[in-house]
Design a protein around this ligand. Structure first.
Ligand code: BES
Ligand code: MN
Ligand code: ZN
Length: 515
């Protein structure tokens, strides 16, 4: 699918200029105000008051998101006109804009239109500029056009989303070259982010018998090859030499060999300290000897979504050509039970030298992440962010709307929250106070890997914090946001939008050097 920016001078818009728009479908927003505005007014005039009549008759509902598809309208060059109600407000909320866009794209995809002219980007949205409008216009469509087909023997032909739509023109109301340039860049960035999201969704959705640690390593190498990134995959032997014994202990119970992936995007001077992203890459989490109940265990193929979001983010920033140095670290393995597997009560020594009593082998994410956090020190990073489907407790606390954010660094936390809000990929900050550390006390090691029944996602973050003292650090628990369950089961691609936005913001105003 190709996206283009087309500009259109609204002040000079007439019925005849509308005739020049070449597309199979034009998507037009209609405010239910006293008088019609913008393009709706132009169409109304060109069609002898058709829109006014549709509003008056009640056929075009005043509820935002209502749509009506008109065919072969006399006076309009495009064979289809999709009218989308924007409600009674003059300025939309970001949420309504996104919801309306989704509904409109659904209606477009249900037709046989191969090209569309999208006029909704002109709509004023509270506290959001046209760059944001372009972003959301692209992402809401691409969210709908992603299809999982990798392991289907035939592609469903009844689907309305069968690749018919080929060209999308985002129509903007300006001939101003600077503005047009900025929006064209915003369009390219949006497509890059959508490509990153798609990669993350695809990797998440693949079953664990295909998407193994070795497979993820292969994807990282391919990504590096396609986009001139640096990549290194550490094999079991090298991980042993490094002494990442906490990570290795999780991998012991599986026949799949663990990999430690290091991927680097060099967007600026090598002297500039990088941002490090660490993704939890458990390609299947059975729980190990502390085995999980069978219910929904299949969803533990998604336990590598942190890793997938790191790879998706690299896909996006590489295509954007982001002027920032970023390092991705992915400890990846399976968590399985067998005769070699970790057993409750076992004690391991992490790369940091700290010892850990494994009281529950199902709290394995922190065991692989802690060694990656220590490894990250060698990059002298400006910031480290780990992304993990870490705790069921985070789903209990926040559900499926917000990712959990933990950080002792207020500046870093706020940058991540802001990026999430802007990108419509929100996070909610949870506490990380020293008081919770007590729950990790062990009589036999420096710490236990679980903190008891209460505040499960906080004690998991507290555990990680003990390995992240050398740099500003934040932890994103995406257990509730990385995928959907039920009939809509599938990976969401989150938090690629948040992470990419965060990095884009940092490329503009560099993070303060850590001292
Ligand atoms: N990958 C799971 C967390 C998870 C569970 C995410 C369900 C999404 C849905 C993680 O490895 C895990 O098993 N965590 C345990 C920790 C507990 C043993 C302290 C959990 O949340 O139950
Ligand atoms: Mn687990
Ligand atoms: Zn897990």
């Amino acid at each position: 699918m190709d996206f283009i920016i087309e500009s259109y001078d609204w002040n000079k818009a007439t019925g005849s200029t509308l005739l020049n728009i070449k597309a199979d479908c034009i998507v037009v927003g209609v405010f239910h105000a006293q008088t019609l505005s913008g393009i709706a007014q132009t169409i109304d005039a060109a069609t002898q008051g058709l829109i006014s009549r549709l509003i008056k008759s009640g056929d075009l509902n005043s509820k935002a998101g209502s749509t009506i598809m008109l065919h072969e309208v006399v006076g309009i060059s495009t064979p289809r006109v999709l009218l989308v109600s924007l409600g009674n407000q003059v300025v939309l909320s970001p949420k309504i804009f996104i919801d309306v866009s989704r509904t409109a794209w659904r209606a477009v995809l249900a037709t046989r239109a191969a090209s569309v002219a999208w006029m909704l980007t002109q709509v004023a949205v509270n506290n959001c500029d046209a760059i944001w409008g372009v972003r959301m216009s692209v992402l809401t469509l691409r969210e709908l056009t992603y299809r999982y087909i990798h392991t289907k023997s035939k592609v469903a032909s009844d689907s309305s989303n069968d690749g018919t739509l080929k060209t999308v023109a985002i129509v903007i109301d300006s001939e101003h070259t600077e503005h047009k340039k900025a929006l064209r860049q915003a369009l390219d960035e949006s497509v890059a982010i959508a490509n990153g999201i798609d990669l993350t969704r695809e990797l998440g959705n693949l079953p664990s018998n295909i998407c193994t640690p070795t497979y993820l390593a292969g994807i990282a190498k391919q990504l590096a090859n396609d986009w001139q990134l640096k990549v290194q995959v550490l094999e079991q032997k090298q991980i042993e030499i490094l002494k990442m014994d906490s990570f290795l202990s999780v991998a012991k119970g599986s026949v799949q060999s663990p990999k430690f992936i290091i991927i680097e995007h060099q967007g600026t001077n090598t002297k500039q300290a990088p941002v490090v992203l660490i993704g939890k890459g458990i390609t299947f989490d059975s729980g190990g000897i502390s085995i999980k109940p069978g219910d929904s265990m299949d969803e533990m193929k998604y336990d590598m979504c942190g890793a997938a979001s790191v790879l998706g983010t690299f896909r996006a920033i590489a295509e954007i050509n982001l002027k920032l140095n970023v390092v991705g670290l992915i400890p990846t393995c399976e968590n399985m039970p067998n005769g070699n597997a970790n057993k409750p009560g076992d004690i391991v020594t992490s790369l940091s030298g700290q010892t850990i009593e494994i009281l529950n082998t199902d709290a394995e994410g922190r065991l692989v992440l802690c060694d990656a956090l220590t490894y990250a020190e060698r990059f002298k990073p400006v910031a480290v962010i780990d992304i993990a489907t870490l705790t069921g407790a985070c789903v209990t606390a926040l559900g499926h709307y917000n990712s959990g954010l933990f950080s002792k660094d207020d500046a870093l936390a706020n940058m991540l929250l802001d990026a999430g809000l802007y990108a419509s990929d929100p996070a909610w900050r949870l506490p990380l106070e020293e008081e919770y550390q007590e729950q990790l006390k062990s009589n036999f090691a420096d710490m236990a890997n679980i903190g008891g029944r209460s505040a499960g996602s906080v004690t998991a973050a507290c555990f990680l914090s003990r390995f992240a003292q050398a740099y500003p650090w934040a932890h994103l628990d995406i257990a509730g946001t990385a995928w959907k369950s039920g009939s809509e089961k599938g990976a969401t691609g989150r938090p690629v939008p948040l992470l990419t936005q965060f990095l884009m913001n940092n490329a503009k105003q560099c993070l303060p050097e850590h001292t």
